[in-house]
Design a protein. Structure first.
Length: 281
């Protein structure tokens, strides 16, 4: 066999070739190929990337290699930073780049290195996510941003760069469910709304906390009158239980919304083993 190439066989008997290279006692798999010559070429390319420091991420031409771009980034990072990371990450002193594609590069704080070195960055429908314990978790949720949040309404990037996902660059304008920030001629207010069969406005409030509590109150009102929906709950961590209870009592919700809930005639289903007790006559 050619150097760096190993013959392998699938369960159906089909033969293929694996390419590997060892550098500083680290055994690195370079991929699988249908031809022995392709596997050997990958081995030669990897050796050149690990030796030649004139090849950098600024001048490398990914299309000239049989190695995929992710493996090229991994090899260059290992050569320059002496840390092997299986995902396409290149380290800097206080941050790192994650290459989703050769031209789509995201910047993260170094504190996130452990997480993203073990979780592959993916994209679907315009959303970045990772698979975490069998669930698709959006990357923005790590910053307290909800999956349905709207850029420049619920969050924004301080330096206007959507590829810079360092914590200092992300401003979470609205961390609560059912709340919108409104800016009218420089006057900031917060609208609370709830979705049942459509969006219903609960009210307009001076503070973000008031709007978040109003949403909770509207959700409770809907549940009390038979609306069967699992509304997300807003948690206002800076309020004590007593402060929250007082604000909950004082905040007002739309009479129009109350009328809608009452007139719809939602039915309340009582579990068989949890019947209401009638008052004694």
């Amino acid at each position: 066999m050619l150097p760096g190439v190993f013959r392998a066989q699938k369960k159906n008997g089909q033969v293929y070739f694996r390419s590997n290279i060892t550098c500083h006692s680290k055994h690195i798999s370079l991929g699988s190929f249908s031809l022995e010559t392709d596997a050997h070429r990958a081995y030669l390319e990897a050796g050149r990337l690990l030796r030649d420091r004139e090849i950098t991420l600024d001048n490398v031409s990914f299309s000239d290699y049989i190695l995929n771009f992710e493996k090229i980034i991994t090899l260059l990072n290992y050569r320059d930073n002496h840390i092997y990371i299986k995902n396409p990450i290149y380290l800097f002193r206080t941050y790192f780049h994650y290459y989703l594609t050769p031209n789509e590069i995201y910047k993260f704080d170094i504190d996130d290195l452990f997480y993203f070195s073990g979780h592959k960055l993916l994209r679907r429908g315009g959303h970045l996510y990772v698979n975490d314990y069998g669930m698709q978790v959006t990357v923005l949720s790590r910053y307290g941003i909800r999956s349905f949040a709207v850029k420049d309404k619920d969050y924004r990037f301080a330096n206007q760069d959507p590829y810079d996902l360092r914590y200092e660059n992300i401003i979470n304008i609205n961390p609560f469910h059912g709340v919108r920030c409104c800016n009218k001629n420089g006057h900031i207010t917060y609208q609370a709304y709830i979705h049942i069969n459509g969006n219903y406005q609960i009210g307009t409030y001076k503070t973000l906390n008031e709007a978040a509590i109003a949403y909770n109150k509207a959700a409770d009102f809907a549940h009390e009158h038979g609306v069967k929906k699992n509304f997300q709950t807003n948690y206002i961590v800076e309020l004590s239980a007593r402060e929250y209870a007082q604000a909950y009592v004082e905040v007002a919700i739309s009479q129009r919304y109350k009328k809608y809930v009452l007139q719809e005639g939602w039915t309340v289903t009582i579990p068989k083993n949890n019947k209401r007790k009638e008052k004694p006559k």
